[in-house]
Design a protein around this ligand. Structure first.
Ligand SMILES: NC(=O)c1ccc[n+]([C@@H]2O[C@H](COP(=O)([O-])OP(=O)(O)OC[C@H]3O[C@@H](n4cnc5c(N)ncnc54)[C@H](OP(=O)(O)O)[C@@H]3O)[C@@H](O)[C@H]2O)c1
Length: 255
């Protein structure tokens, strides 16, 4: 019997916001597929715990605290990853926050700036730090986790939607310029997925019922269902995909 080849054997990946939720599921799947995965989040303890839970994966999981709203934290993470593991093959910009669910006229500048810093500028900073190495080697895959909120506005969700819409355009712009240098850049736009970030929504039985009633796929999305798509984009099976935003929402945007 032949052993199946691991899709990401020998690859080095960085996944931001990987102590729980979607980022955690992506990190685990990548590690199962043989990648060395640097995971970040703001708290070292939760990262250590997550890494310990993934210790049986084929690839190594390396926890490193990093607040993605801080330029120096990002540079430190990228420098450490380079020093410990060499060049980065896969970057997943996943960490994000949603601090301001409120009417547009109540949104203040401090929240505006924070949402830009954490949800958008973080991806820019990571890509600027990691992509030159990818270009030099002529290969790499960058995956930005956007949202269907970036494709359609939601009541009281202006800041979140705005950052995700900009992330989608950032994805296309990088894809256009980095494609000829061997680097693919794609986004995933999840619909409702059962995580801490979205619990204000899915824990409300009425809201959840409405979503499940209207979307064609009749279950609440799970983090591993997003991770499978990230795996496609990360590895060679996605070699002809760039600049795309793959909507993974159980068909919620269809009606
Ligand atoms: N869940 C959904 O329904 C849904 C739908 C569409 C899109 N998304 C997107 O999917 C991505 C993951 O969301 P999720 O639902 O998995 O969220 P989650 O369960 O809240 O997890 C967020 C992760 O990001 C980390 N994080 C938060 N702020 C951070 C910061 N400033 N610096 C570094 N790490 C930070 C958190 O760890 P610490 O708190 O320890 O820092 C955690 O590991 C996000 O981009 C989100 O916008 C989610």
């Amino acid at each position: 019997m032949t052993t199946p080849t691991l899709t990401l054997a020998g690859k080095v990946a960085v996944v931001s916001g990987a102590s729980r939720g979607i980022g955690r599921a992506i990190a685990e799947l990548f590690a199962r597929e043989g990648a060395t995965v640097v995971i970040c989040g703001r708290k070292q303890e939760t990262l250590l715990q997550a890494a310990a839970e993934m210790k049986d994966c084929a690839g190594r999981v390396y926890p490193l605290a990093c607040h993605v709203g801080r330029a120096r934290d990002i540079q430190h993470l990228v420098d450490t990853a380079h020093r410990e593991f060499g060049e980065i093959d896969i970057l997943v910009n996943n960490a994000a926050t949603n601090i301001a669910q409120e009417p547009v006229l109540q949104v203040d500048e401090a929240k505006f700036d924070k949402m830009i810093e954490v949800n958008l500028k973080s991806a820019f900073r990571f890509i600027q730090a990691v992509a030159p190495g990818m270009c030099q080697r002529g290969s790499g895959s960058i995956i930005n986790i956007a949202s269907i909120a970036g494709l359609r506005p939601q009541v009281h969700g202006m800041l979140y939607s705005m950052t995700k819409a900009a992330l989608i355009m950032m994805t296309q712009s990088y894809a256009l310029e980095l494609g000829p240098r061997g680097v693919r850049v794609n986004a995933i736009a999840p619909g409702l997925v059962q995580t801490v970030l979205s619990e204000y929504f899915w824990k409300d039985e009425e809201k959840l019922r409405q979503v499940i009633e209207t979307q064609p796929i009749k279950h609440l999305g799970q983090p591993h269902e997003i991770a499978e798509v990230a795996l496609l984009l990360a590895g060679d099976r996605g070699s002809y995909l760039t600049g795309q935003t793959l909507v993974v929402d159980g068909g919620r945007l269809l009606p």
